[in-house]
Design a protein around this ligand. Structure first.
Ligand code: IMP
Length: 441
């Protein structure tokens, strides 16, 4: 049974958690393979709301084993807090989750560094990170000499390793801050993180082996991407990106599953676009319409509470990420949010220095200069939150969705009309929006 993956096609926050929750039904394993506590996934089931940062969205379903694999950076106090919030709700996380011994640990110096680098870079160049220490932790992973992996927390060499790293980091932080950096207390860190290691010990395992065994045993596996493809460290809007491979390119490296084993990748995008933090956003709406979308879509960060920047759907960007991530179909979320607008615009090409282009520029200065070329669509002006099948949707809404299919070049598989699991329309295999629309007219 080939693996199935869920990948964000924009700048994150595409409401992937809900789709993962739906697709978890019938799965044996759910795998989180990149990113860290910078992610925020909300799952709503009836009256129950689960806000997850670290733990895979599959945790809510009993009978599913959730893996956090080597490509993730783990923040022990944050994950423990999340575990403790789930236990009283009847979710036995210790039985349902395994953490890779190879995953890197976000240590206190990483959050200090994130804050410091953020203060040192001002204005337009500021990445506007989530300040969760993600970039500095991945930097130490690649740099190797000062990295700590989860399995190291429970090894006898851990205290000496912390003392050595604190000695070096203290010098770096003092130099960067002109001597004003918060001091790092090695002995306090050793005591705290040894305790975290002990509490996490029952879950620390070799997830690569578990995953490869599951592949050999033909298990049903779902891979849950965090952030979005445009935030990919190699292929996104660098340097305004996160520090992991947030596009489909990261599934294999982050989890350990062979790349050729994955056959189904479902991209997720909103009917409009949002972005948190700095960086170019060609279709951004700094006007009433942008505020209207923010209010109706409750576009405020799950992790940081920051208001998200809102804009029109950018089909040039999503066509790029759909191809990059190798998606086989996609899910359109937040269809309900556009329901009050008279007209909806979609960016179909860019003007770059007076020339029309249909590709997403790889250079950040060029991306800053592009001007969107829009196509207008009539709004549907109808509440769609109660829709449960295509029959319940207004024709203008299906036509809009079908236009996006044509622009992106992939079929729609799900349409989401609200946060609840039930507020989802499944476009059954064998049905196409094109044929459906023909049948309606
Ligand atoms: P970092 O991942 O904290 O280093 O932040 C780098 C950039 O990615 C910033 O612009 C963040 O706002 C953005 N980012 C990180 N995680 C998420 C996410 O889960 N959703 C949306 N944006 C994110």
């Amino acid at each position: 049974m080939p693996g199935q993956c869920v990948i964000g096609l924009q700048w994150g926050d595409e409401a992937k958690g809900k789709l993962v929750d739906i697709l978890t039904e019938g799965k044996d394993l759910v795998v989180r393979y990149q990113g860290g506590a910078n992610a925020g996934h909300t799952v709503v089931i009836g009256d129950e709301v689960y806000k997850l940062h670290h733990i895979p969205s599959g945790i809510i379903n009993s009978g599913v084993l959730n893996l956090i694999t080597p490509g993730v950076v783990i923040n022990p106090p944050t994950i423990l807090e999340e575990i403790e919030s789930l236990l009283p709700r009847g979710i036995d996380v210790f039985k349902r989750m395994k953490l890779s011994q190879r995953a890197h640990v976000v240590m206190p110096w990483h959050t200090l560094e994130d804050r410091m680098w953020n203060q040192l870079v001002s204005g337009e160049d500021n990445i506007g990170t989530t300040l969760r220490g993600i970039g500095p932790c991945y930097a130490d992973k690649v740099g190797r000499s000062f990295a700590i992996r989860l399995g190291d927390l429970i090894q006898p060499s851990f205290p000496d390793r912390v003392r050595e790293i604190v000695r070096v980091k203290t010098k770096i932080l003092a130099a960067a801050s002109g001597g004003e950096a918060e001091t790092l207390d090695a002995e306090k860190i050793i005591t705290e993180y040894t305790d975290y290691g002990e509490r996490l010990r029952p879950m620390i395992d070799d997830t690569t082996r578990i995953l490869l065994d599951a592949v050999d045993a033909d298990k049903n596996i779902l891979f849950e991407g965090a952030q979005g493809s445009l935030l990919d460290i190699d292929h996104g809007t660098f340097p305004f990106v996160t520090s992991s491979n947030a596009s489909g390119t990261g599934i294999s490296t982050g989890s350990g599953v062979p790349g050729n084993w994955i056959k189904t990748i479902i991209g997720v995008c909103k009917t409009y676009a949002t972005r948190v933090g700095g960086g170019p956003f060609p279709t951004e709406l700094n006007n009433e319409t942008g505020q209207h979308i923010r209010d109706l879509g409750n576009e405020y960060g799950t992790t940081t509470g920051r208001p998200r920047r809102c804009g029109w759907f950018d089909a040039v960007a999503v066509r790029y990420t759909a191809r990059l991530s190798g998606i086989t179909s996609f899910t359109l979320t937040m269809l309900d949010v556009l329901c009050e607008l008279d007209e909806i615009e979609v960016c179909v090409a860019y003007d770059l220095d007076g020339k029309e282009i249909d590709y997403f520029p790889g250079n950040i200065d060029e991306l800053k200069r592009v001007k969107p070329i829009y196509k207008k669509f009539p709004g549907w002006k109808q509440d769609v939150t109660g829709a449960r099948s295509l029959d319940d949707l207004p024709t203008a809404a299906i036509e809009y969705a079908h236009e996006l299919e044509k622009l992106i070049g992939r079929p729609i598989e799900f349409i989401s009309v609200g946060p609840d699991r039930a507020q989802t329309i499944h476009v059954e295999e064998g049905t196409t929006l094109k044929d459906y629309l023909k049948g309606r007219s």
